[in-house]
Write a protein of this length. Structure first.
Length: 525
């Protein structure tokens, strides 16, 4: 039997509570975990530990089962943490973690999913709208509807940190057809009648006014527009829409139609071209290098500077025992995901309170940790949508639908959008050449920018080196492949190379070809 024992200074708890009813006193609360079973296994890059035993916290003793997953993130090996959802355009959505995996794999077939866990709180009985800030590939898809929120942020360099959200207002971002940023501009007015085009004004489809003929503007046909559940779609409510994305429309009208928005700005109108993408999103202080992020409540802080940060009495009525999901970061920057089983006392799965959860996170090395969506939503998986294992006991006895979550994936992530000058005076980069396929892997000569786009039957995949394994292509058929160099600060994106053809046979044909190959080898012998 292994014992984890934490003793502290003996300070009268009642005295502290009398001084301040919300004092951090859990650092002085007796904690002990007597592990009856502890099993550690190594899977892919993960270290998985399964623990059960008796937890003593203060004067309460409970039975606990929980799982810890040390994620083993390593950008050099292409192993990263990403945010994932199953949102629809012009709305949100919900899916189990296995469904979120499947959705990610459909959109990123060249990436390998290794595992994942549940994310943010959400509108469970409504449309799956999240509570906190949510970011995917540098796009702030949801600004968050709380004034006191924090995110687990995954940065460009692969590092992970908790960041508090400080909103600075909304901005317009103009991207060219290569995804490069031509301009960013803070929005001066939303759903307010524009008196000039020197300021930047955005009008959504809940604005009923018209734009004066003399003002320079862009009509944007929305490809995705997301509203905020706690705001009403009343006329001219500037806070109703949290995110918008679209392309320039040739319609020259002066009034906003459904699923459109108008950007009034002389400066922006001058640079927008036909294939450009126009985005309206929240601007958040210090988030320029945040690639992906999933939010939670700032009040759900568990561990800070290595100490139990839970206040007593525990806030917001969260003193009940439930299954819990928590994420922590160690002093070495490693990420650990912990899921506590609960709502099954007969099986010794009592669930935990926040203070107890904080101590468990500390015992596994977390110096900072937050609680994420738990209860029936708590899900911890290894594997992918075609073959996964749920590590925790599901309190609903099924995989519950989630708004969003985290996945651990392997492969080349998309490059951070490059910010370029307008007009663009860069010279064009070299076109990759010498394309060939060997052992189901595409090879080509290196260009002069170090990042490439591989087009396979009009679907585009980004890679960070001069090769791409093609084993993700399963469907029988003929595939036309070409490559171009992505732009950098000195060079524009190149044209696509000449095409080569890759043929995928059925399993029956491959078996026959292998048989013939073996026969030929036998004859030669």
């Amino acid at each position: 039997m292994k014992k984890i024992l934490t003793l502290s200074l003996v300070i009268p708890i009642i005295f502290l509570v009398l001084i301040n009813p919300f004092e951090k006193i859990n650092a002085n609360t007796y904690y002990r975990f007597d592990a009856e079973n502890r099993k550690t296994e190594y899977i892919n890059n993960f270290v998985h530990t399964r623990v059960n035993g008796k937890l003593t916290y203060g004067n309460e003793e409970t039975n606990q089962h929980y799982n810890v997953l040390k994620l083993g993130l390593n950008q050099k090996e292409g192993i990263n943490l990403v945010s994932v959802d199953a949102y629809k355009d012009f709305g949100y959505g919900m899916a189990g973690l296995n469904g979120l995996m499947a959705n990610y794999e459909i959109n990123n077939p060249n990436m390998e999913v290794l595992g994942g866990f549940s994310g943010d709180f959400y509108m469970i009985n409504d449309n799956g709208e999240p509570i906190g800030t949510y970011i995917v590939d540098y796009e702030i898809r949801y600004p968050g509807n709380t004034t006191n929120s924090v995110v687990l942020a995954i940065n460009t360099d692969g590092s992970v940190e908790f960041k508090k959200v400080k909103k600075l207002g909304k901005e317009v971002i103009i991207k060219n057809k290569y995804g490069e940023i031509k301009k960013r501009s803070l929005i001066d007015n939303i759903n307010v009648e524009p008196s000039n085009d020197l300021e930047t004004t955005v009008l959504f489809d809940n604005y009923e006014g018209r734009v004066s003929e003399g003002l320079r503007k862009i009509i944007v046909k929305g490809t995705d527009i997301k509203y905020m559940y706690n705001e009403q779609p009343i006329v001219q409510n500037p806070k109703y829409y949290g995110f918008a994305k679209g392309i320039k429309s040739e319609d020259g009208k002066n009034q906003v139609s459904e699923r459109e928005f108008i950007v009034v700005s002389n400066e922006i109108e001058k640079i927008v071209e036909e294939d450009d993408i126009i985005i309206v999103q929240e601007k958040i202080e210090g988030f320029e290098n945040v690639r992906n992020a999933v939010g939670t409540y700032a009040t759900h802080l568990l561990v800070e500077n290595g100490e139990n940060a839970v206040y007593t009495p525990e806030p917001y009525g969260i003193i009940d025992r439930h299954p819990r999901t928590a994420v922590g970061i160690t002093k070495d920057g490693d990420v650990i995901a912990v899921v506590i089983d609960g709502r099954n006392k007969i099986a010794g799965r009592d669930g935990v309170k926040f203070g107890e959860l904080a101590e468990i996170m500390r015992s596994h090395g977390a110096i900072t940790a937050y609680n994420f969506d738990g209860g029936g939503s708590s899900t911890l998986m290894i594997g992918n949508s075609n073959g996964y294992e749920v590590l925790n006991e599901l309190s609903d006895k099924r995989i519950r639908s989630l708004s969003n979550g985290f996945l651990i994936v392997k492969g080349d992530l998309k490059q951070k959008p490059l910010e370029i000058e307008t007009p663009d005076n860069r010279s064009e980069s070299n076109i990759p050449s010498n394309l060939y396929i060997s052992n189901d892997t595409l090879f080509f000569s290196e260009g002069d920018t170090g990042y490439y786009e591989v087009k396979i039957n009009n679907l585009v995949y980004e890679v960070a080196n001069n090769r791409l394994a093609l084993n993700f292509i399963k469907k029988e058929g003929i595939y036309k492949i070409s490559v171009r160099s992505k732009g950098n600060k000195d060079k524009k994106t190149s044209k696509y190379s000449n095409e080569i053809v890759y043929k995928v046979n059925s399993e029956e044909v491959n078996s026959l070809l292998q048989l013939l190959k073996n026969i030929n080898i036998g004859v030669l012998k």
